[in-house]
Design a binder for this molecule. Structure first.
Ligand code: GAR
Length: 190
C-alpha cells in the first residue's frame, strides 16, 4: 500500500475527492494533507474526514529541511491538488516522478506563475477560447513544466461564464485525477 501525501492551498475539493477514491482501494491511501495556508478550507475537510493535516510556512518548506524530512519519512507519492507554491528542487530531486500536479487548463497554454484557479478560467474566457481542460503532469522545478501524463478537454460555449468554465474543469478533475494517480502508481510497480 503506497502512501500519498497531498499538498493543497485552498478549498481542497480535489483533495477530498482523492481521499475518498483511495478509501476503497488497496493500491494506495492518503496519509496526510499539507497546506501552506492556515485558513485553507481543506483543513476543515481533513478534520471531518479524520485525515492528518499539517500547516507549514516558507521557512519549513524552503529554508529548512523540515518538510523534506517529513516527506522522506511519510510519503511514497506527493500529489499537488490546488497547491500554489513552487516545489523546491531539494524535494523535486528526492522524489523523481513521484510528484504529480493538476493544472486547470491545457498546458502549455495558460500555465506559469500567477496562472492558477479562477485566474486561468477568466483569461480563457477573455480570450474567447472554444475549449479548455485539465493537465495532469509530473512536477519539476518550474511552474507547470514537468512531463505531461494526461490531458482531457471540455468545450466552452459562448454563453459560459468564467464560473461555468471552472465547473466544467472541476468535473473533469474529479473524474480523472484519482484514476490517473492510481494508474501512475500501478505502472511504477509493474
Ligand atoms: C483546481 O482547479 C486545480 O486544478 C487548481 O486549483 C483548483 C483547486 O481546487 N490548481 C491550480 O490552478 C494550480 N496551478 P480545489 O481546492 O477545490 O481542489
Amino acid at each position: 500500500m503506497k502512501r500519498i501525501v497531498i499538498f493543497a492551498s485552498g478549498s481542497g475539493s480535489n483533495a477530498e475527492n482523492i481521499i475518498g477514491f483511495f478509501q476503497t482501494k488497496t493500491t494506495a491511501t492518503v496519509t496526510h494533507v499539507l497546506t501552506n495556508n492556515e485558513h485553507a478550507k481543506v483543513l476543515g475537510r481533513c478534520e471531518r474526514l479524520k485525515i492528518s493535516s499539517l500547516c507549514f510556512d516558507k521557512n519549513d518548506f524552503i529554508k529548512t529541511d523540515k518538510i523534506l524530512e517529513f516527506l522522506k519519512r511519510e510519503a511514497d507519492y506527493i500529489v499537488l491538488a490546488g497547491f500554489l507554491w513552487r516545489v523546491p528542487s531539494k524535494i523535486v530531486s528526492a522524489f523523481p516522478n513521484k510528484i504529480i500536479n493538476i493544472h486547470p487548463a491545457l498546458l502549455p497554454k495558460y500555465g506559469g506563475k500567477g496562472m492558477y484557479g479562477m485566474h486561468v478560467h477568466r483569461a480563457i474566457k477573455e480570450n474567447k477560447e472554444e475549449e479548455t481542460g485539465i493537465t495532469i503532469h509530473y512536477v519539476n522545478e518550474n511552474y507547470d513544466e514537468g512531463a505531461i501524463i494526461f490531458q482531457a478537454k471540455t468545450e466552452i460555449l459562448e454563453k459560459d461564464s468564467a464560473d461555468d468554465i471552472a465547473k466544467k474543469v472541476h468535473k473533469l478533475e474529479y473524474k480523472h485525477f484519482p484514476e490517473i494517480i492510481e494508474k501512475v502508481i500501478l505502472e511504477a510497480n509493474e
